[in-house]
Design a protein around this ligand. Sequence first.
Ligand SMILES: Cc1cc2nc3c(=O)[nH]c(=O)nc-3n(C[C@H](O)[C@H](O)[C@H](O)COP(=O)(O)OP(=O)(O)OC[C@H]3O[C@@H](n4cnc5c(N)ncnc54)[C@H](O)[C@@H]3O)c2cc1C
Length: 324
Amino acid sequence: MPEILVVIEHRKQRVADISLQMLSKGRQLADRAGADLLAVAIGSDVVSFSDELTRWADSVLAVENLAAGEMLAEPSQEILSSVIRERKPFLVLMGHSSFGIDLAPALAIELGTPLITDCIDISLVNGSVRAIRSLYNGKVNAVYSFTPSETIMVTGRIGEFPVEEGNREGKVEWIDFSPEEKHDFKRFEGYTEQEAAGVDITQAEVLISVGRGIKDKSNIEVAERLAHELGGVLACSRPVADYGWLPAEYQVGLSGKTVNPKLYLALGISGAFQHIVGMKGAKMIIAVNRDNKAPIFRVADYGIVDDIFKVIPLLVQKISELRN
Ligand SMILES: Cc1cc2nc3c(=O)[nH]c(=O)nc-3n(C[C@H](O)[C@H](O)[C@H](O)COP(=O)(O)OP(=O)(O)OC[C@H]3O[C@@H](n4cnc5c(N)ncnc54)[C@H](O)[C@@H]3O)c2cc1C
């Protein structure tokens, strides 16, 4: 039976969302191809979630390996290359996460397999794997097909693949693996929790989010006034946090927080996918940007093409009038 293999990522004994996304995609493709879906979970405490994976996978290879611990790429690579050589899956899927970015290129080079990274869709066309990457900040989609190869490897972009309910009843196989190599140049020390800033943007119903278009720290108070009028909370894109205009806890997106407010007002934010992935679950998105081609307008319910420094004071005035 042909196989599709999904590499499972986990943190603190929980399967990472990106792995559930890859499992859902893998299940879809396996059903279409009449293939089996194989999930490979490596690390310490794999036992705590391996049964959960059987809802999507026909079989789960669980490798309890202390060296791989909390997702270290090098020991995982040694184990995976051995599994892939033996099982010869026609497709290997993993997340385009920091772990996937670390692991996939090295694994592909070791095995001599083609690799396409950061894909937003993966399909089978006449039995061949087809992958789509989004280029130039979402302006162009490139479709890739592969030269024939025993195994093809693809990493999927976080947040692009919906999680579908799994209803399989696969089985778990435990594997003993004694690493031949010593992987001691990198080790897992522990997790450091970010200090709370007193604001939890993930709980806010109204978010007034500012991007680089706000231009300077001194202009933050303009947006703050609007947040006050709307009874909302400030949030921001990454450059605003990187410049220190707002604390890191306010950052929305891939390397920030995921938010689901009733209203998300994006002010001077271009709409890079790393930002969109953190806010596309908002019930209503309103974007203000002077560039009518800004990608943020693709996810916005309402858009205003104008200068934020013109629009914000007008909004403050109007809301204040309405409230009075
Ligand atoms: C690994 C990685 C992780 C990342 N994680 C995140 C993340 O978590 N969150 C995140 O946000 N980004 C993240 N990024 C960065 C991301 O790629 C973008 O660079 C970033 O989102 C851009 O922020 P921005 O929209 O504020 O700035 P820009 O892209 O510079 O956009 C500014 C926008 O403001 C508009 N503008 C300028 N002046 C005005 C004005 N006066 N009136 C109206 N509009 C105006 C412009 O037209 C432009 O569209 C990440 C990148 C990488 C590589």
